[in-house]
Ligand binder design. Structure first.
Ligand code: G4P
Length: 281
């Protein structure tokens, strides 16, 4: 799987983030809770610099609950604040707001000492494609709704959405590019749907996913499809699941592609279970 992002896009995206960074007090870095490592951009520290950062472990509803807490602990031990969020069901949003106030407290205090009061606290979201940036913007803005419009000093086109009290969110997220630092990272991004399927060989991807799931726990596939995976290759497992689920082509053979797709789809939708694919350290 050799996927290279168009360098021009990356450069443009980075420049746009840098420009918007100067407008905000805090950055929400959104990652997929199933793959918090693979879905982050390793350059993030350089990009954000000293700006307060809150890591959002999004899609937490699809990830293992215990692992979510372990990741939160892990980030905390590395000095990074994080919150566990399900943007689709609006869960964890109060934590986002409370942590925002906490992480920007110093700045607000110092402004207040200078006599500057009622200045909005501003945030922006950044993350790789498909991490849930738009969904999070929508769910945060639903709470208070109204856009506050352009203001002097703000680049034309930027809209600020009132979230709560004096907290505002930039309505356009910053797009970060994932970094395929190794094969594992590329696969994790593909399993979770962060890479467009047209770019992938779905049959081998399904085999790799079955390998991966079984390496974490054989129970996932056994319970979902009521099969035994013992002493079977991933290829054989997919054939068996295909047979059980009626993925058959004329002549009675199993449609391997369809069966593989079914497993990928069910994994991505959380039907196989709440599964975290990578673990701290
Ligand atoms: P992006 O802006 O970062 O590219 O991501 P976007 O918000 O478009 O979300 C990508 C997909 O992830 C969407 O699914 C969205 O519904 C889903 N998603 C976002 N946050 C969560 C979450 O916390 N939990 C779950 N389970 N899903 C989440 P889609 O299939 O592309 O669209 P849709 O059919 O859900 O509308």
């Amino acid at each position: 799987m050799n996927i290279n992002w168009y360098p021009g896009h990356m450069k443009k995206a980075k420049e746009s983030i840098k420009k918007n960074l100067s407008l905000v007090d805090i950055v929400y870095e959104i990652v997929d809770a199933r793959i918090p490592f693979s879905s982050q951009n390793p350059d993030i520290d350089n990009i954000i610099g000293q700006k307060p950062r809150l890591k959002i472990l999004n899609k937490s509803d699809l990830a293992n609950e215990k692992n979510n807490l372990e990741w939160k602990e892990y980030f905390k031990s590395n000095g990074i604040s994080s919150v566990i969020v399900d943007s689709k069901k609006n869960k964890g949003l109060d934590d986002v707001i409370n942590m925002t106030y906490l992480l920007t407290e110093e700045k607000r205090k110092s402004l207040s000492k200078k006599g500057i009061k009622n200045k909005p606290t501003r945030a922006m979201i950044i993350g790789i494609p498909n991490a849930g940036k738009s969904t999070l913007i929508n769910s945060l803005s639903k709470r208070k709704g109204a856009k506050v419009g352009n203001k002097p000093g703000v680049t034309k086109g930027n809209q600020w959405i009132k979230i709560k009290g004096d907290l505002e969110l930039l309505d356009t997220p910053g797009i970060l590019w994932p970094k395929f630092s190794d094969k594992e990272v590329g696969l994790n991004l593909a399993f979770t749907g962060a890479i467009k399927d047209e770019l992938l060989d779905l049959e081998s991807l399904a085999i790799k996913l079955v390998d991966k799931l079984n390496s974490i726990s054989v129970e996932y596939l056994e319970q979902r499809y009521r099969i035994s995976v013992k002493d079977k290759s991933s290829y054989e497992i997919i054939l068996e699941i295909g047979k059980k689920r009626g993925c058959i082509i004329s002549g009675g053979e199993v449609d391997f592609n369809k069966a593989g797709n079914l497993i990928l789809d069910e994994f991505r939708n959380g039907k196989i279970g709440r599964i975290t694919l990578e673990f701290p350290d």
